[in-house]
Design a protein around this ligand. Sequence first.
Ligand code: SAM
Length: 445
Amino acid sequence: MVPAAKILEAARQHNVDIIGLSGLITPSLEEMAFVASEMEREGWTIPLLIGGATTSKVHTAVKIAPNYSQPVVHVLDASRAVGVASSLLSDGLKDAFVAETAAEYEAVRVARAARQQDMKRQTFEAARANKPTISYEGITPPAPSFEGVRVFDDFPLEELVPRIDWTPFFQTWELAGSYPAILEDPVVGEAARNLWKDAQAMLDKIVREKWLAARAVVGFFKAHSNGKESIILPEQGVAVHTIRQQMVKNDGRPNYALADFVAPKDSGLTDWLGAFVVTTGIGLDERVAAFEATHDDYSSIMVKALADRLAEAFAERLHERVRRELWGYAPNEHLDNQAIIKEQYQGIRPAPGYPACPDHTEKRTLFNLLDAEKNVGVHLTESFAMLPASAVSGFYFWHPQAQYFGVGKIEKDQVEAYAELKGMSMATAERWLAPILNYDRIRPS
Ligand code: SAM
């Protein structure tokens, strides 16, 4: 989240030909639109490239390009940046490329506007009335083995290795296919096998020579829902605010909010909410710096990719221990690695910023509850990205009916209620929720 003014200042200083913005998490999307509008205000004429994990052609066409009258181009991955930059800087190619992109983005905008008309939402009140019925017939919310937080320092890396999901590892290297079949793939098989061999050799060193340390904090808190979208933790004096789906459901399906999965106060039951932060990024920066000092980019990318895999594996392994032992509601669970990766178990661990809880600002509440910065050394940037990046966080819900869903787009009536709950101005709430608003907000100038 480099401030727009700083980016533009650097661009002026270096007299650049093109500005490229890379966005890692959803709050960056809004910031990019702002940078584009600042470029327009200051009268820039150079092209703007948009890339990074959360960006898309649709977002670029609909939300960013309209703010800047010069070329704005989405670049799907870094390998395409060279071609795009060459076209934009070539006297012979530029005009045709710009015109083609502009026409393509206009078509994207038209198609999206047509789709939006079909995306009917219901009022917040009606969505609430259609919340799911969560049954407590014959079940008592299980009490965890401890209350409050527990820190796991120097968690054994060997325990994490068998829980690694390798498919996303190959995606990091832009090799498409699922593990293990990818190793035998006629097209990418050989590249995948070579990569796999190098990964195993480095993973072995990471574990044996303790290149990385794994740390976690887990917490369980007495909780009830307020019957709406908030989960109240009375002993901590804290509320976790969730967001309800507002799409029209016509096949009898309910409109979910995560708060539905915690027993409401008037049920008289004592229920619980769990929370966690894990990291395997401790020691990573030093390794990366050492590889970069010798210009060994391959190893630098490899160690980061493996640290990310270990962090996900840690979240998986810890969740398993939570179900079997720490919360202990499924002591006899026996699932193989495939079933665990497919998350075929009771309970969920939704992560703020993901589709069931798209508001990244709730990570602040989560981190405060767990005192995560002190306990595991993971901290939040001002746009709520976690540092070190090889970290995973989330809430635990135990109920067998708890499931992942996507909140989808929401209407102003819910945003107003949410802003009030969070003590935010409407403009601030709309900025954080920008990716899920079902209406065009007026950007404050
Ligand atoms: N095996 C995968 C890996 O190693 O990359 C697991 C990670 S994947 C990102 C799955 C996790 O994403 C879930 O455990 C949950 O924390 C989060 N997640 C997925 N769908 C979600 C949703 N709809 N809402 C909230 N969190 C979600």
